[in-house]
Design a protein around this ligand. Structure first.
Ligand SMILES: *[C@@H]1O[C@H](CO)[C@@H](O)[C@H](O)[C@H]1NC(C)=O
Ligand SMILES: *[C@@H]1O[C@H](CO)[C@@H](O)[C@H](O)[C@H]1NC(C)=O
Ligand SMILES: *[C@@H]1O[C@H](CO)[C@@H](O)[C@H](O)[C@H]1NC(C)=O
Ligand SMILES: *[C@@H]1O[C@H](CO)[C@@H](O)[C@H](O)[C@H]1NC(C)=O
Length: 462
């Protein structure tokens, strides 16, 4: 027998063998000690393997070659195997309709995947893939595409070519936008986009007439397009704020481009969200109310805000800053308390000194206040103060006050500045304030200290 002939026979045998591999052989070759959870293999009526599952193995050196000789395979599951790449041989699996490579160590998607034109289900969630190549648009049979918890920063416009797609899972990535072409996916019914950095959703989303579920939680969205039919689509839109995207540099450009560095200060917390902002010496609404940088009311992560000497007389949307603990609006032009301020119930420090306040509405709601400065305003009287039992420091200097109801309730008060008002006598109830250290009553109409205060530990200035 000549050698050539022998070789032909041998290679014929090996091809036939490969094509007719049994499940038993595959297990022996690849995963002999696997249990039933980690190895599952199914054959069709002709004894050909159409489904293979091998999970929880260590394929960090590569997917075993033998798998790519099973050309009858339709479903291949290789989950949690530390796979780092998809080899060219994958193109042998022309019949593949399901490829599940979730929870591996892939950083890219091999271009050969783009040739698996029969794929219906492609699952690549929980990998380190940073880019979705445009050849994904070639997989026209796709019904489901799973890319959750990867590192995608963008989606190619070719996604719009997947006209059969029904499910698109993209949650937990780094997407800042999605292409308008998403609107071409006429069969899409589930679109999961939670936990990204999306700032806007294209209006074309309204073209998705089969959409049932749209999850947008934890993004940077202001609103959702009004093209979405709220009766048909279940939209989830929790925890959205520009806060989660904005950098201090960007904020300066938007809010105060020409501010010098002394007048603009901005800090972020450990998550990168802006939590502290100071803007001083601007002219926001002095001449033109439209100049107020409304972007500020969108930074809901703010805990400390100082807008000092900025010519402000209105603060639209202040109530949205629900995380504020410290608010300093000293030296502005407010005639009354900013509308909605009473909703900022986490406030501990509030300074509205040196404005022109004639009244303060809702003060009684700010029960966590420890320091309140309403000095140098035009207050004649106000109500609700007695509820603020956490107050330690209270500055009412230089107003028009002459009475002070229920002050004895402010049992934590240490410093009380009432200088420059219209008092004729020391407000009754002061004696009950055991923690009081300083009482400033200068520049009132009080001429002498009653005897009961003569030997008190309180430093009283008259
Ligand atoms: C996985 O396999 C690689 C290569 O054989 C080896 O270096 C590594 O230690 C293995 N890891 C585990 C967790 O078994
Ligand atoms: C994958 O690799 C990691 C470390 O690189 C190891 O802790 C883990 O056990 C491996 N997984 C498998 C299934 O071998
Ligand atoms: C696929 O998408 C791209 C980008 O949107 C487009 O230019 C191209 O014409 C599409 N191809 C097919 C075959 O639909
Ligand atoms: C009280 O408030 C006024 C106006 O802000 C300020 O000028 C003054 O220094 C404050 N007094 C104290 C003791 O802080």
């Amino acid at each position: 027998m000549n050698i050539k002939f022998l070789l032909i026979i041998l290679s014929y045998i090996s091809i036939t063998l490969a094509a007719t591999l049994t499940c038993k052989q595959v297990k022996k070759q690849i995963c002999s000690s696997c249990n039933d959870d980690n190895f599952q293999c199914k054959t069709d009526g002709n004894g050909k393997i159409y489904s293979l599952l091998i999970n929880n193995q260590n394929f960090s050196n590569g997917i075993p070659e033998n798998i790519f000789s099973i050309t009858s395979l339709k479903d291949l599951y290789l989950v949690n195997n530390n796979i780092t790449s998809i080899p060219q041989n994958i193109v042998n699996l022309k019949n593949l309709r399901r490829l599940d490579l979730r929870t591996n160590k892939l950083t890219t998607i091999s271009k050969y995947v783009g040739q698996l034109s029969n794929l219906k289900y492609l699952k690549l969630s929980n990998n380190d893939i940073s880019s979705l190549p445009s050849f994904i648009g070639n997989l026209k049979s796709l019904l489901s595409l799973y890319f959750s918890n990867c590192k995608l920063t963008s989606i190619p416009t070719s996604i719009g070519n997947l006209s059969n797609l029904e499910k698109l899972l993209l949650k937990k990535n780094k997407l800042e936008s999605i292409p308008d072409e998403i609107g071409n996916l006429k069969k899409l019914n589930e679109l999961l986009l939670a936990n990204n950095y999306l700032r806007v959703i294209p209006d074309e989303i309204g073209n998705l007439k089969n959409l049932n579920e749209l999850i947008l939680d934890n993004n940077c969205l202001d609103t959702i397009p009004n093209t979405i039919d709220a009766d048909k689509v279940s939209v989830s839109f929790e925890q959205n704020s520009i806060s989660y995207c904005l950098s201090c540099t960007e904020l300066k450009e938007i809010a105060c481009e020409k501010c010098n560095s002394d007048d603009f200060k901005c800090e972020t917390n450990s998550k990168g969200y802006i939590n502290s902002l100071t803007i001083k010496n601007q002219h926001f609404s002095y001449t033109d109310t439209n100049k107020f940088p409304t972007i500020i009311t969108k930074i809901i992560s703010l805990e400390k805000l100082e807008l000092i000497h900025d010519g402000i007389n209105v603060f639209p949307g202040i109530k949205k800053l629900i995380n504020l603990q410290e608010l300093n609006l000293d030296n502005n032009l407010f005639l009354e308390s900013p509308s909605g301020i009473e909703q900022l119930t986490k406030l501990q420090i509030l300074n509205l000194g040196s404005n022109s306040l004639g009244k303060f509405t809702g003060l009684e709601k700010l029960i966590n206040l420890q320091e309140l400065n309403l000095g140098s305003n035009s207050l004649g009287k106000f109500t609700g103060l007695e509820k603020l039992i956490n107050l330690q420091e209270l500055n009412f200097s230089n107003n028009y006050l002459f009475e002070f109801p229920n002050i004895e309730k402010l049992i934590n008060l240490q410093k009380l500045y009432l200088n420059g008002n219209l008092y004729f006598e020391i407000p009754s109830g002061i004696k009950e304030l055991n923690k009081l250290q300083i009482l400033d009553l200068r520049n009132n109409y009080i001429t002498s200290l009653p005897s009961e205060f003569k030997n008190s530990d309180i430093e009283i200035l008259i």
